[in-house]
Design a protein around this ligand. Structure first.
Ligand code: NAG
Ligand code: NAG
Ligand code: NAG
Ligand code: NAG
Length: 361
């Protein structure tokens, strides 16, 4: 690939957002209460959420932050919806106050003011927990033609609001990893290309819209496909829908870290674009059973264990599993990123010893 043909995709896409979005200003004169703006993102369509309230701009604590809340923010900014609700200050720390926590919209509100929320003093929130969003806009992704969540033909939103496909020329696992993370999964298992082309059909079928991208080359740390290098301009390709790229994402949203053996460790969960810990407050053997089974140990847990260390946010707290749930996320708890019962001096991560090793001995 000749260097002169390498265009930075972000430059192409970036210019398309300008007319869509009122550029955030520091101006407070005439600002409507509950106006929102997005700060600290690479694109206009993403960022730390700031709200104009009580005559000042402030941020939102990530406690209970969800895709429904993000949807309301994005619609207030005239986007059709939200792709992701992000936690743990991923767009940098705001300067002003943290205004709200436990934001609980149902997703249909036209304005955050009609959602449930708390003024921030109920949790130990600081700017390291600022909530963020990625709004649906050009470059957003969706999956089509798969039979389980996290797999399918990758479809990307074009400039005129049309969904198109990506040509599988050069499509590899690194590119697939970026696509999976953009969709909110931790990583890719596999990049799907039509190896038998033109004699075979793509695994996840052929799309029907435009083929919007050809010759993508991502670096692993990129967060959006639109941040990757591309050898051709948007919409230019030499492919057919027989070469539509697909992915299989890792939808395992629980992992074990820092154990001495494969069947023990600190339990970490993935939510809002981050791996984080479970606060050990009220962590019981019933909770551990669910964690172990979710991690692939059908006989559940032998014991609970508490781990100091780790630096992810506390994403779950005060778990109250009954023991038969399939996923930790199905158990009663304080809700995502709500760690208000986590003792700041003793906030050790919850861990498990699963029934794994003993079966092999
Ligand atoms: C916004 O205004 C505040 C208060 O007047 C000021 O402290 C801050 O530096 C300004 N920020 C920017 C980005 O101009
Ligand atoms: C949000 O709703 C409140 C209450 O109806 C209203 O006072 C405010 O102006 C609205 N703000 C925006 C930005 O629409
Ligand atoms: C959204 O669209 C409405 C109606 O066209 C307009 O009044 C409002 O200023 C727009 N908001 C933003 C943030 O661009
Ligand atoms: C959970 O832990 C807190 C603080 O240690 C305690 O006050 C509370 O009673 C516990 N709840 C349950 C259901 O055990």
């Amino acid at each position: 690939m000749s260097a002169i043909h390498i265009l930075h995709y972000s430059l192409i896409v970036g210019t398309c957002f300008v007319s869509h979005y009122a550029v955030a200003q520091n101006n407070t004169v005439g600002q409507a209460p509950w106006s929102v703006r997005l700060m600290g993102g690479i694109y206009e369509s993403e960022g730390r959420v700031e709200v104009f309230y009580d005559n000042q701009w402030g941020s939102i604590c990530d406690s209970l932050w969800s895709i429904e809340d993000a949807t309301v923010v994005c619609r207030q900014l005239n986007y059709s919806g939200a792709d992701l609700a992000l936690v743990a200050g991923q767009y940098g720390e705001g300067q002003g106050v943290v205004l709200f926590s436990n934001m609980a919209c149902n997703g249909m509100e036209s304005n955050l003011s009609t959602c449930k929320y708390d003024l921030v003093d109920v949790t130990n929130c600081d700017h390291s927990r600022d909530a963020g969003v990625v709004c649906t806009s050009q470059g957003s992704l969706r999956l089509a033609g798969g039979s389980v969540p996290g797999e399918g033909r990758v479809e990307i939103l074009g400039e005129s609001g049309d969904w198109g496909t990506i040509c599988d020329d050069g499509w590899d696992k690194t590119d697939a990893g970026v696509a999976c993370r953009q969709l909110g999964y931790p990583d890719a298992l596999e990049a799907i290309v039509n190896v038998g082309f033109p004699n075979t059909q793509p695994v996840f079928g052929s799309g029907s819209g435009h083929i919007l991208l050809d010759g993508l080359d991502c670096e692993s740390e990129k967060r959006h496909l639109r941040d990757c290098l591309v050898t051709k301009e948007w919409g230019i390709h030499d492919c057919t829908h027989g070469e539509d790229a697909g992915i299989k994402c890792d939808v395992g949203l629980t992992r074990l870290v820092d154990g001495d053996f494969d069947d023990e460790g600190r339990v970490e969960v993935y939510y809002g674009g981050e791996w984080g810990r479970i606060c050990s407050t009220n962590w019981t053997i019933e909770d551990a059973h669910v964690a172990c089974r979710e991690l692939g140990f059908p006989l559940g847990a032998r014991n609970t264990q508490i781990f100091e260390g780790g630096d992810g946010p506390f994403l779950l707290d005060d778990m109250k599993c009954q023991g038969f749930e399939t996923h930790l996320a199905d158990c009663e708890s304080l809700g995502w990123a709500n760690n208000q019962n986590c003792d700041a001096n003793l906030n050790y991560g919850a861990g498990v010893v699963c029934n794994g090793r003993s079966l092999l001995i």
